[in-house]
Ligand binder design. Structure first.
Ligand SMILES: C[S@@+](CC[C@H](N)C(=O)[O-])C[C@H]1O[C@@H](n2cnc3c(N)ncnc32)[C@H](O)[C@@H]1O
Length: 244
């Protein structure tokens, strides 16, 4: 079986290895690049996710593929001292930056867990919410990872997936393509000395399932209620999937 790594078809093992290389390479400059590429708008998208998570004090949250901890930090404030947020990611370099940033922000109670979304080392029915922001695109076996997310959710719990998508308007699409394949690799080369990883970013957005297809994958993974909403002219999409 072959899977996509950007526009290339590779073995699943090769995809996992190359995604690992991408994030090990960009970890140190990841946050700066996010601000530059999106002109800071990724912060608003993450706030949007936070609002939809509708957290209450005492809830338990798993932020999966949480990388450098942006989302975990936002959500930690909402669950209060009786709640818990776990930051999980497959990449040690991204997690190390995340742990340091959380500690710098005075947050010492978000445990970083190195884990593959496809095989979570976590008990069934443990979390009220699972969040994954800009992470699912990079996961090799997506149906397996979605089934794992469902497994660790409590009955009544909710998965929130924030991902890039493609604008629906054709005129905007061509501008977005020009930006993605022109500006992003150039900026990645300049700031992170790594144009290839940012070319992968642009390609992986285009090979990711469209929102309706992802809804189908969520139902197939056993979620009971699935919805999505687009933001920023369709550049990002938020999926909410509930377990009853
Ligand atoms: C684009 S970053 C997103 C980080 C963070 N969620 C954010 O929004 O800034 C994608 C993250 O997914 C992680 N990742 C990729 N494959 C994964 C997997 N199979 N399991 C867990 N994390 C994974 C990467 O290591 C990386 O930190």
């Amino acid at each position: 079986m072959q899977v996509d790594f950007g526009y290339e078809q590779v073995s699943p093992e090769e995809k996992t290895r190359r995604v690992g290389q991408v994030f090990s390479s960009v970890a140190r400059n990841y946050d700066l690049m996010n601000d530059l590429m999106s002109l800071g708008v990724h912060r608003l998208w993450k706030q949007w996710l936070r609002t939809h998570a509708a957290l209450r004090p005492g809830m338990r949250v798993l932020d999966l593929a949480g990388g450098t901890g942006d989302v975990a930090r936002l959500l930690r404030a909402d669950v209060g001292p009786t709640g818990q947020v776990v930051l999980a990611d497959i990449n040690a370099g991204m997690l190390a930056v995340g742990r340091d940033r959380l500690l710098d922000a005075g947050i010492a109670d978000v445990p970083p867990v190195q884990a593959n979304a496809e095989a979570l080392p976590l008990a069934n029915g443990r979390f009220d919410r699972v969040t994954i922001a800009f992470g699912l695109r990079n996961v090799t076996h997506k149906p397996q990872a979605l089934a794992e997310m469902r497994r660790v959710l409590k009955p009544g719990g909710m998965l929130l997936i924030l991902e890039f998508s493609m604008p629906e308007n054709p005129a905007l699409r061509s501008t977005y393509d020009a930006y993605s394949f022109g500006v992003l690799p150039w900026l990645g080369g300049l700031v992170a000395q790594d144009a290839d990883s940012y070319r992968y970013l642009a390609e992986s957005i285009r090979t990711f399932p469209d929102p309706d297809h992802l809804d189908t994958l969520l139902f197939e993974a056993g979620f009971d209620e699935v919805r999505h909403a687009r933001l920023s002219a369709g550049i990002v999409c938020l999926h909410k999937a509930r377990v009853f």
